[in-house]
Design a protein around this ligand. Structure first.
Ligand SMILES: NC(=O)c1ccc[n+]([C@@H]2O[C@H](COP(=O)([O-])OP(=O)(O)OC[C@H]3O[C@@H](n4cnc5c(N)ncnc54)[C@H](OP(=O)(O)O)[C@@H]3O)[C@@H](O)[C@H]2O)c1
Length: 330
């Protein structure tokens, strides 16, 4: 049987993914002993994958070798299993491939059987997926956000940022988000109930940040010039939960000019990585699931139909075209 997959053939430049990633037809993989074959229904497109596509060797994981089928989180149904923990028909999520099917070893792919009794099964890639754990760990544990404190989030209308803001709100914090565009800012204040939304494209960002009166926790998804703008607006003893550096994934070396403010304001800056929290997946999922069922957590989807349209969907993460979680319906 033939299926399709996306192969990395060169290091992409900017968002010109067409030159670097190619859709191919290939024989559908057959699961070997200990493996599971999944018919992918949705792919989760994640900004961090962009960094692995560069040749840089100082990232949190080695670069992807050229010629590899692009790896990524996927969700779907088991169509064949040679592993005792998984049965045909199970709904599963794990680290698979950008392809019609993923063939994985559960032990190395984080493959998890999902609860199909949920209003929108896509939430297993949204509020209950990797972005949910990341957001919870960043706000509650790395940032140690306390009720009444001001929590600021960048890339606030994207998947990780939207979840971080809602988690901060649910913990009783005052919330502020930075996003690109008036429509996203209206969504944040109108639909999500964020207290302050700052439009990084149209507003006087420095003035709007200063008006916050001191940021206790900055959940940063972006790095770059925004981080420099936020540093002098941190409250004394503030915490920066450094989640991502999407402004800088193409090249190594984020330049921070206002490093001095870490001393002046006695700040703590902590980078964190969601796989470090994977062993607590079921505990974190239970917290998020309770909020989802109570209507206190939501995730809109930026869904693209068709595996063949994956690259256009992926580019939206870097042009800011997405509101919510970017997924592909295979
Ligand atoms: N540490 C971890 O374990 C972990 C786990 C998951 C994700 N992350 C990180 O979290 C961040 C968000 O990832 P995501 O997959 O959830 O994507 P996302 O937030 O859904 O989408 C990315 C958003 O980033 C903003 N953006 C893109 N380029 C930018 C630039 N040059 N300057 C400022 N903003 C820019 C855009 O929003 P606006 O145009 O609206 O600003 C865009 O919509 C990434 O940095 C990712 O690597 C880290």
């Amino acid at each position: 049987m033939i299926h399709r997959h996306w192969r990395l053939i060169a290091h992409p430049e900017g968002t010109r993914f067409d030159d670097a990633i190619r859709l191919e037809e290939a024989p559908r993989p057959d699961p070997q002993d200990g493996e599971v074959l999944i018919r992918n229904r949705w792919l989760s497109l994640d900004a961090g994958t962009r960094m692995w596509m560069t040749p840089r060797t100082d990232g949190y994981q080695p670069p992807l070798p050229l010629g590899i089928v692009v790896p990524g989180q996927a969700m779907g149904e088991v169509v064949a299993s040679r592993h005792p923990g998984f049965r045909e028909g199970d709904w599963v999520r794990g680290f698979g491939q950008w392809a019609d099917h993923s063939c994985v070893r559960p032990e190395t792919s984080g493959l998890t059987v999902l609860d199909p009794r949920i209003d929108d099964i896509r939430q297993h890639l949204g509020a209950l997926g990797m972005n949910g754990w990341t957001a919870y760990a960043g706000v509650a544990e790395v940032g140690r956000a306390q009720a009444g404190e001001t929590v600021l989030v960048s890339a606030a209308a994207g998947s990780t940022g939207l979840l971080a803001l809602q988690i901060a709100r649910n913990l009783g914090c005052r919330t502020a988000g930075i996003a690109g565009g008036a429509e996203k800012c209206r969504y944040l204040t109108g639909t999500i109930g964020v207290d302050v939304a700052i439009d990084r494209r149209a507003d006087d960002v420095a003035a709007r940040l200063a008006a916050l009166g001191g940021v206790n926790v900055y959940f940063d998804n972006v790095g770059g010039p925004l981080l420099d703008a936020v540093l002098p607006q941190m409250a004394h003893y503030g915490r920066i939960a450094l989640c991502g550096l999407i402004a800088d994934y193409e090249e190594a070396g984020t330049i921070v000019r206002r490093f001095d403010q870490i001393l002046m304001r006695r700040l703590q800056v902590t980078g964190f990585f969601s796989p470090d929290f994977a062993h607590r997946g079921s505990e974190l999922t239970a917290i998020l699931r309770a909020w989802l069922d109570e209507g206190r957590l939501t995730m809109p989807f930026d869904e693209t139909a068709g595996l063949e349209n994956t690259l256009a969907a992926y580019a939206r993460l870097f042009t800011g075209g997405n509101l919510g979680k970017v997924i592909v319906r295979v």
